[in-house]
Design a protein around this ligand. Structure first.
Ligand code: GLY
Length: 300
C-alpha cells in the first residue's frame, strides 16, 4: 500500500512517555518515575524489534493503564457518582488515521479500544454505552468496574482522606524505523467530574496529535483549558515553525497557561526523533529512549 507523508523513510526510532502533570506527589515519587521507565522499556522493545510506532505507544500506555498509581485504566479518578469513566485516543501520522473513546465504563485498557476504533475505520470517536457495545463487537474484554477502583481513589471519594493525586493522565509518542510517528493518551479525567464529562484526552488535536512530517504530541493537565487552545495541534504548529522540540513544548505550555487559563504539560517528538517536554505544574514524570541511550532517561 502506498504510504503518505513521512512514512516509508528510514529513521532512527525514538519514544517519549509521560505520567501526567500535577502537584508534587506526597509519596511515591520514585514509584511514578519507575512506572514511566517501565512503560518506556515496554514500548521501546516494540520499536527495536522493528515494530510500528502505533504498537509502541499502545504498549507503553497500557503499562500505565495497568499501574494503579496513574490516573488511567486501573487507578482512574472517580466521578461524582463514584464510578470510573475513561477517555483515550490514538493517532498515526502517515495517513492521519485516528481513533478515540470517551466516558466509557468497564474497560481496563481504553487505549486498545481507541486503537480498535481506528483500525475499524468507520468512526473517530465513540462514547459511553456505544463505546462499550463497540468493545463487545470487536472482542475487547469488559471488566468488573470495581477492579478499576483503587483504595486511594475510594478513600478520596469518601472524603475519608485528602489523598493527593498520584500520577495523572498518561501518554506516549513514538517514531518508528519506517518514519511513522504515533501518539496516544489515556485518562480517568478529573476527580469528582460529572458523569459524562469529557476532557481533552480523546479529542484529536487537543490531547493527542501526530503528523509524520512534523511530529507527535500527548498532552496532560486541565482538559477544559487544553481544549480551549487546541493544545496538541498548536504545539505541533510551534514545532513546525521553530524546529526545536524543547522550545515548542515550552511555548505551547505558556499558551495553555496564558490563553487557556489552565495548568498542564505535554511531551512531543519531531520527525527526526528529537524529544521535548514542558509542564507548568510542579511535577510530571517523563521518560524517553533512543538508540543513543543505554536505558530510558528519566529526569529527576
Ligand atoms: N487532561 C485530562 C482531562 O482533563 O480529562
Amino acid at each position: 500500500m502506498a504510504r503518505g507523508r513521512n512514512g516509508g523513510t528510514a529513521r532512527v526510532p525514538s519514544l517519549i512517555v509521560h505520567g501526567g502533570a500535577g502537584p508534587e506527589p506526597a509519596d511515591g515519587r520514585d514509584e511514578l518515575r519507575d512506572g514511566v521507565r517501565a512503560a518506556t522499556d515496554a514500548g521501546w522493545r516494540v520499536l527495536v524489534g522493528g515494530g510500528r510506532a502505533l504498537d509502541a505507544v499502545e504498549t507503553a500506555v497500557r503499562v500505565l493503564e495497568d499501574h494503579p498509581r496513574f490516573n488511567a485504566g486501573r487507578g482512574s479518578a472517580l466521578t461524582s457518582a463514584g464510578t470510573v469513566e475513561v477517555d483515550a485516543s490514538i493517532m498515526e501520522g502517515d495517513r492521519l488515521q485516528c481513533g478515540a473513546v470517551a466516558a466509557v465504563r468497564r474497560i481496563a485498557n481504553p487505549v486498545t479500544l481507541a486503537r480498535r476504533v481506528m483500525d475499524d475505520g468507520r468512526y473517530v470517536l465513540i462514547v459511553g454505552d456505544g463505546a462499550l457495545s463497540f468493545a463487545r463487537s470487536v472482542g475487547v474484554a469488559e471488566c468488573d468496574p470495581e477492579t478499576l477502583v483503587t483504595d486511594r481513589e475510594r478513600r478520596h471519594h469518601a472524603g475519608a482522606a485528602k489523598t493527593p493525586v498520584g500520577g495523572g493522565t498518561v501518554g506516549a509518542v513514538a517514531l518508528d524505523r519506517h518514519g511513522t510517528i504515533a501518539a496516544a493518551t489515556s485518562t480517568g479525567g478529573r476527580r469528582g467530574k460529572l458523569p459524562g464529562r469529557v476532557g481533552d484526552s480523546p479529542l484529536i488535536g487537543c490531547g493527542t496529535y501526530a503528523d509524520s512530517t512534523i511530529g507527535g504530541v500527548s498532552c496532560t493537565g486541565e482538559g477544559e483549558a487544553i481544549i480551549r487552545v487546541v493544545l496538541g495541534w498548536r504545539a505541533l504548529d510551534y514545532l513546525k515553525e521553530a524546529d526545536d522540540p524543547g522550545y515548542a513544548a515550552r511555548v505551547a505550555v505558556d499558551l495553555l497557561v496564558e490563553e487557556g487559563g489552565g495548568q498542564g504539560g505535554l511531551v512531543l517528538l519531531d520527525w527526526r526523533g528529537r524529544t521535548g517536554y514542558a509542564h507548568s505544574t510542579p511535577f510530571m514524570p517523563v521518560a524517553w529512549m533512543s538508540p543513543a541511550l543505554a536505558a530510558p532517561l528519566v529526569p529527576s
